[in-house]
Design a protein around this ligand. Structure first.
Ligand code: ZN
Ligand code: ZN
Length: 471
């Protein structure tokens, strides 16, 4: 394990002492940004270590508990203070068998499918049904119950690629809300086109939610090429239908067989891991930086969100190494984000009444930061200007939209805590997001370092800001 910044910090202190006594040629101590730019950053070490030693870590499972133990050990070894685990309970869902076939009217063909989090089970024998085809979530929502009842709903929903990932909210509705809508209309199951921008045979998993009182139906996502295949078969059945109906035949529908056997394991322990850089002014409110420790089970959770934990923690470490900041920096590795933000809720329940100066989260991969967005009080305008100026040399522009924060600090921000977003380039994020391809090799070390530099510069300014700017 690499604990490089300690010597650098000592060198900085030594330089200061020497400068005060003699030579003017001794360089000043390194700034936090200098340290990050030198490559003395633990972001890679955390990302590599977590994905290699723990790997997939579904919230509430033994793997996530092991990840928490790993996190506590690592954060203590890095020299952070008040490293602790804060436990909570949450409902746990785990994947089972998952297979799907297009069974007719053409030659049966297997599809690449992954169950969505909170999906119901088909039972081991599976189920077969006719496809009820919808080209969007809105089309399903508008459909009469009769067109869906007893069928397997399919939502064809092409997510568009965008640097800011803005398509996720719109197209994601097919996953977030589609299964609940289909269940309420009487569907026996639902399959969606993956919420992803790639053309690989990797299905994209992710959570879905059923309202209280709605029994979960089996719900899965098929890969984009498999969805294309389904669409081609659907179009052919329409043509056959038109031709055969004209000839007086009974048309054959498109059918699918589905085997999904996930399980709900009931309530289990999960926990947040928290560490701090203590500030010199104990009366000043802390800066909170967040990421999430849990991941989906298909890959090793490198871009989502080991890298985020690496980035925020490396930045806090650099600020600490460059000298004690005025405000405390609190690092939150939320234990359960993917399956329902239970970690963020638990943090808010435990700490929501405490004052927080500002909240930031890194949970959008490891590609470079390209824009900074603010949601700060008017008193912080000079502070925002200083941050924007500090980030400009790294190719980061100032956005016009208010910052939204991240899921794990969402409750804090909803309660009025100011936020800053260091927006990452999401152009390729949804090629990999929630697939078996979310692995370490997808992380570009140079872009990861750019993230750390941007975070270090921002965090150094925030952690030393005055109460008049940021109460
Ligand atoms: Zn995430
Ligand atoms: Zn995720």
């Amino acid at each position: 394990m690499k604990i490089a910044p300690t010597p650098a910090r000592l060198a900085g202190i030594a330089a200061l002492l020497l400068a005060s006594t003699a030579s003017a040629t001794i360089p000043p101590p390194p700034s936090a940004v200098d340290l990050a730019q030198r490559g003395e950053d633990p972001a890679w070490a955390i990302t590599e270590g977590l994905t290699t030693e723990i790997g997939p870590r579904m919230a509430g499972t033994e793997a996530e508990a092991a990840a928490r133990r790993w996190a506590v050990t690592r954060l203590q070894a890095m020299g952070f203070a008040n490293v602790r685990e804060e436990q909570y309970d949450m409902p746990v869902w785990v994947r089972g068998a998952e297979e799907a076939w297009l069974t007719g009217p053409f030659q049966p063909q297997k599809l690449a499918i992954a169950a969505l989090g909170n999906s119901g089970s088909t039972g081991a024998k599976g189920l077969t049904g006719q496809i009820a085809f919808f080209d969007s979530f809105d089309a399903l929502a508008a459909a009469p119950d009769q067109s869906v009842k007893g069928k397997i709903v399919f939502i064809d929903n092409h997510m568009e690629r965008a640097q800011d990932g803005s398509g996720y909210g719109y197209y994601g509705r097919g996953r977030f809300a589609g299964p609940n809508v289909a269940a309420k209309k009487g569907a026996i199951a639902i399959v969606i086109r993956s919420i992803g921008t790639d053309a690989h045979r990797n299905p994209h998993t992710g959570v879905t939610n059923f309202e209280a009182g709605v029994a979960p139906i089996p719900a899965g996502a098929i890969s984009n090429p498999d969805a294309d295949q389904l669409v081609r078969q659907w179009k052919r059945t329409l043509q056959i239908r038109t031709n055969e109906s004209a000839m007086g035949y009974d048309p054959e529908p498109l059918t699918m067989k589905l085997v999904l056997t996930p399980q709900s394991l009931g309530t289990k322990h999960s926990g947040n891991v928290i560490a701090e850089v203590p500030g010199s002014d104990l009366a000043a409110s802390p800066v909170i930086v967040a990421c999430h420790l849990d991941s989906w089970d298909l890959g090793t959770g490198a871009i989502d969100d080991a890298a985020g934990c690496g980035i925020v923690t490396a930045a806090a470490k650099h600020v600490m190494s460059a000298g004690q900041p005025r405000r405390t920096i609190r690092i939150l590795w939320a234990g359960a984000e993917e399956v329902g933000v239970f970690g963020g809720k638990a943090y808010f329940d435990a700490h929501g009444k405490e004052k927080h100066a500002v909240a930031l989260e890194s949970d959008f991969g490891a590609d470079r930061v390209w824009r900074v967005d603010f949601k700060l009080p008017d008193s912080a305008k000079p502070l925002a200007d200083r941050i924007a100026t500090a980030l400009a040399p790294f190719g980061i522009t100032r956005g016009k939209n208010p910052a939204g924060g991240g899921a794990d600090v969402g409750a804090l921000i909803a309660a009025g805590v100011p936020a800053i977003d260091l927006q990452q380039d999401g152009t390729r994020y949804f090629d990999i997001h929630h697939t078996p391809d979310d692995t370490l090799d997808k992380i570009d070390p140079a872009q990861l370092r750019q993230n750390v530099v941007a975070w270090t510069a921002t965090l150094a300014i925030l952690a030393n800001s005055s109460d008049s700017e940021l109460p």
